[in-house]
Design a protein around this ligand. Structure first.
Ligand code: KDG
Length: 318
């Protein structure tokens, strides 16, 4: 495959989803892998820069990327470290995760092993707070990858995806603020952003991240849609109603759909309108990737003309 438009850097995981009592469905996940798949299903040439174990779980990941058309030429197979796993349980409070990822192949990502050529030729590099948190060497790799991408004129996209099981809140606050300051597009979820910034009002959070340096901020609000902001304006984009089955990966689906539509149109508000529909469709089935819609499903669900939904509100820069 030639160079990809969107290159995602971080940790893929194999998912076991408890879809019914005693029933575990094996699939794949890992935030940046979900983003690569979501973008690919919207028609973008995406790839993943990572490491998997030389085990059946690594084979499962590589097999699915190949079937999806996600470029895996930047996937290293590590004979000495396993592929990470996670388990999703569902309860009255929503879903919860349990992980087996310590010492995983992806946690051995390091600056020396980065696919420099692929990073320098993509149009957009995407990574997350999980990429930074899985190990010090992966965090260093992310920093170098961002530098390489910026030097080559590629855009940088970042989702804080806070996982306090991987690092302390103080570390996360420092590293995510630095990452947002050097990102062209920041795609935080509301709950993570509240914890990270100490702010509660969504619009203040968007303005705070713009002031920090992000060119575009798309703050996801779950069932309430998203707040998309630039230095000029902040627009509230409501989500269509959805029958919630499993919200695992909904934020990643939003990210992949947003980046795909932004790469196509360069319009952050059009990208936000598109991505809230994709994310709403993705929560209606189990698993991080099974329910991610294709472009035709997203456009069928909305009709191109009705993408600017009723109830959208915009405010100018303060
Ligand atoms: O956003 C969904 C992800 O959280 C899931 O696929 C697993 O990457 C994962 C993680 O670290 O939680």
């Amino acid at each position: 495959m030639g160079s990809v438009e969107l290159l995602c850097l971080g940790e893929p995981l194999v998912e076991f989803n408890n879809t019914a009592p005693g029933q575990w469905v094996e699939s794949i996940g890992g935030d940046v892998s979900n983003v690569a798949i979501a973008a690919r299903r919207q028609g973008i040439a995406s790839g993943i820069a990572t490491r998997v174990g030389a085990d059946g779980f690594g084979d499962l990941l590589r097999g699915q990327w190949a079937r999806e058309g996600v470029d895996l030429s930047t996937v290293e197979v590590d004979a000495a470290a396993p592929t990470g796993l996670y388990f999703v349980r569902h309860g009255p409070e929503g879903h919860s995760f349990e992980y087996r990822r310590e010492g995983s192949a992806a946690s051995k990502l390091s600056p020396d092993g980065l696919p420099r050529e692929a990073i320098s030729t993509c149009r957009m590099l995407h990574y997350s707070g999980i990429t930074q948190a899985i190990s010090p060497s992966a965090r260093a790799a992310a920093e170098v990858a961002v530098q390489l991408a910026r030097e080559a004129g590629a855009h940088v996209s970042y989702d804080p995806n806070l996982r306090l099981r991987l690092w302390s809140l103080d570390e996360a606050r420092d590293a995510t603020a630095t990452a947002i300051a050097t990102a062209d597009l920041a795609l935080p979820g509301l709950e993570d952003a509240r914890v990270l910034t100490g702010l509660s009002d969504p619009e203040n959070i968007v303005r705070h991240y713009i002031e920090l340096g992000a060119g575009i901020v798309a703050l996801t609000l779950g069932a309430d849609g998203a707040l998309v902001g630039t230095a000029e304006q902040v627009v509230a984009i409501p989500a269509p109603p959805a029958r919630l089955v499993d919200a695992t990966g909904a934020g990643d689906c939003f990210d992949g759909a947003f980046l795909a539509e932004w790469l196509r149109t360069r319009d952050p508000f059009a990208a936000g309108r598109y991505a809230v529909v994709a994310a709403a469709l993705s929560v209606q089935g189990y698993g991080a990737v099974d329910a991610i819609p294709t472009r035709s499903a997203v456009t069928a669900a909305t009709g191109a003309a009705s993408l600017a939904g009723p109830g959208e509100t915009a405010t100018g820069a303060s």
